[in-house]
Design a protein around this ligand. Structure first.
Ligand code: SF4
Length: 226
């Protein structure tokens, strides 16, 4: 399979929005944060590994993607009318992660965490943009192992096998509990979705600052049933 790496993404740090989100208002804090952004801009290198893949089998309890079996009702139901998917792994980048790791102060570390989050969003935006331009696919939705119980995190290694483990080339490691390092990394499948599927529609978490869509009662049961 032809795994593609996207490097050289320039994330956009909207400093005003970031300060508002972090409630940074004191002049001293603003000065520290501005310096952090300046440092981060010098080292930030978000990256993505992705490929084009096809559904090669459909089963009562899951699907097969490029010959690799995934036991997962959420995938089976979400991909019922889809033949092509885009497995991916995206990260804020090891460079920013190493910089953030060197910060001891808990508040400053929290700010650094947000900077990494924005860098990761830049990586994801770069991925969507690349797929739309290269393959002409729009209305993409994303499913991610471990983000909801519908796709168990234990299937993360199988997803990485679809990427021929090239996530290592962009600096992502997997812990024994299947978590990614840097933590500001995300993996999953992009697919064309008529219904505009998002994980948020299945998620009951209240007050999530990253929520994209309202919770839809009953949808989780519908999409995770056998
Ligand atoms: S509501 Fe928040 S936690 Fe739940 S899926 Fe959406 S972004 Fe994730």
């Amino acid at each position: 399979m032809n795994i593609k790496i996207i490097d050289g993404i320039k994330p956009r740090f909207n400093e005003t929005a970031m300060k508002n989100r972090l409630r940074i208002t004191e002049p001293d804090d603003i000065e520290i944060f501005d310096e952090m952004i300046e440092t981060a801009m010098k080292s930030v290198r978000p990256k993505v590994a992705f490929c084009e893949a096809y559904i090669t089998g459909r089963y009562d309890d899951g699907v097969e993607v490029n010959g690799r079996r995934f036991k997962c009702n959420l995938m089976k139901n979400n991909l019922a009318e889809v033949n092509r998917v885009f497995p991916f792994a995206a990260t804020c980048g090891r460079e920013l992660y190493d910089w953030a790791k060197s910060i001891d102060d808990i508040f400053i570390a929290y700010w650094a965490d947000h900077i990494m989050e924005v860098a990761l969003r830049g990586a994801i935006a770069g991925l969507y943009d690349t797929i739309m331009k290269r393959y002409g696919v729009s209305k993409l939705s994303s499913m991610n192992p471990g983000s909801l119980e519908g796709w168990p995190i234990e299937q993360q290694p199988s997803l990485f096998e679809l990427l021929e483990n090239k996530q290592k080339e962009i600096g992502i490691e997997l812990t024994e509990s299947f978590l990614m390092v840097p933590q500001k990394s995300v993996s999953g499948l992009l697919f064309k979705s008529k219904s505009g599927y998002t994980n948020c529609k299945l998620c009951e978490m209240t007050n999530c600052p990253s929520r994209r869509d309202p919770f839809e009662p009953g949808l989780r049961e519908k999409l995770t049933e056998a």
